[in-house]
Design a protein around this ligand. Structure first.
Ligand SMILES: *Cc1c(COP(=O)(O)O)cnc(C)c1O
Length: 357
């Protein structure tokens, strides 16, 4: 028997998703940076993405890049979160490129690169979502300083939308990024290699037939692993949405009333739940909780509803009474559940097919 709870990771389906996106975007002149931050630096996933034709790997954590580097000596890898000053040495050692917004950090990378080798820099631009990014008016000055630093290769510019504020990538903000690329080229007389338009939220724009301009790279994580775009979380045509699933085991199954008994105060998470009386229901408890996943982003089969969770318990209601003790329930999950389950030491990761078989 397989251990529970577990994530089952289907490399064939992930490979299919990645190949499909690489092909569709390739027709529009856009290459794919395969973002691995939800996959804990697993060598098998990195290998699958490279095999599917992504141009480089991207991760937000240097730890993940370091572990992928062991198996992927020659793959190009980008650190997609601004490096910590305190990690500059590790960054130039293991990542070929990093995304940056602070000249102080780039200066440190330049110093450290002296001892390692050259290091590539992408400057991230703020285009409205108010997460990371240099204000557009300050970009030119920052490029000037960057290209003056020894051992640093200015690789290009990028932006990240739909993350903090949910600002959608569109013709306007993508055209701004293209214009900035051209402004830099004409003013400074250089050629920009990478113009990275964003993440999985950019797919709708990129595949809509819109004018692509200078955008020639997207950094895709969720779309590859979960087969969804991320503005409306709609499945993408022809992609698998069950490449990664979560399975947990029933530890209690009883008929219970929907209405709690007694005075209602705060629950374990500081919330005061409001419940409607729906009579008696079949309630099951699974041995998995908020420590291991995000109950709000799990989806079971029709007829089974996730009602809530505590640190260690997930509460389900079932239309039938087939959730007896010991039964396993499998869920599709969205990104926040995926990231939490991937990083929980209590969730076993089962990768199939086993490479080499
Ligand atoms: C996480 C992240 C991505 C990938 O986002 P997805 O929605 O998983 O495609 C791209 N760029 C940056 C800077 C990120 O932090």
């Amino acid at each position: 028997m397989m251990p529970a709870p577990r994530l089952e990771i289907d490399l064939d389906k992930i490979g299919h998703n990645a190949r499909s996106l690489v092909a569709q975007l390739g027709q529009r002149g856009i290459s794919v940076t395969g973002v691995t931050k939800a996959s804990l630096g697993y060598a098998a996933i990195a290998e699958t993405l490279i095999g599917a034709g992504v141009k480089r790997l991207g991760d937000s954590r240097i730890e993940n890049i370091e572990s992928m580097r062991i198996g992927q000596q020659s793959a190009a890898m980008t650190l997609i979160r601004s490096p910590m000053l305190s990690q500059a040495q590790r960054v130039v050692r293991s990542a070929d490129i990093s995304c940056n917004t602070e000249i102080e950090v780039i200066k440190k990378l330049s110093l450290e690169a002296r001892k390692a080798s050259r290091h590539g820099v992408i400057l991230m631009v703020e285009l409205g979502d108010l997460r990371e990014g240099i204000m557009p008016d300050d970009l030119l000055a920052c490029v000037r300083e960057t290209i003056s630093l020894p051992n640093i290769d200015f690789k290009g510019i990028g932006t990240n939308l739909a993350c903090r504020s949910g600002v959608a990538p569109d013709a306007r903000n993508m055209a701004m990024l293209s214009e900035l690329a051209e402004l830099i080229e004409t003013t400074l007389g250089l050629k920009i290699e990478i113009v990275s338009g964003g993440n999985s939220a950019n797919l709708q724009w990129a595949l809509s037939g819109a004018k692509i301009g200078r955008i020639n790279d997207l950094r895709l994580g969720e779309a590859i692993l979960l087969g969804c775009e991320t503005l409306h979380r709609q499945p993408l045509d022809g992609l698998h949405t069950d490449a990664i699933t979560l399975t947990a085991e029933v530890i209690e199954s009883k008929i219970k009333p929907t209405l709690p008994t007694g005075q209602i105060a705060q629950n374990a998470f500081g919330e005061t739940p409001v419940v409607a009386d729906r009579g008696q229901v079949t309630q099951a408890i699974l041995a998995i909780g908020r420590q291991d996943t995000d109950p709000d982003s799990l989806q079971a089969v029709v007829g089974i509803d996730v009602m809530g969770g505590s640190s260690d318990h997930l509460i389900l209601e079932s239309a039938s009474d087939d959730l007896s003790v010991g039964t396993e329930v499998t869920f599709q999950l969205n990104y926040s559940a995926l990231v939490r389950s991937m990083t929980s030491p209590y969730v076993t990761k089962v990768v199939k097919p086993v490479l080499g078989h």
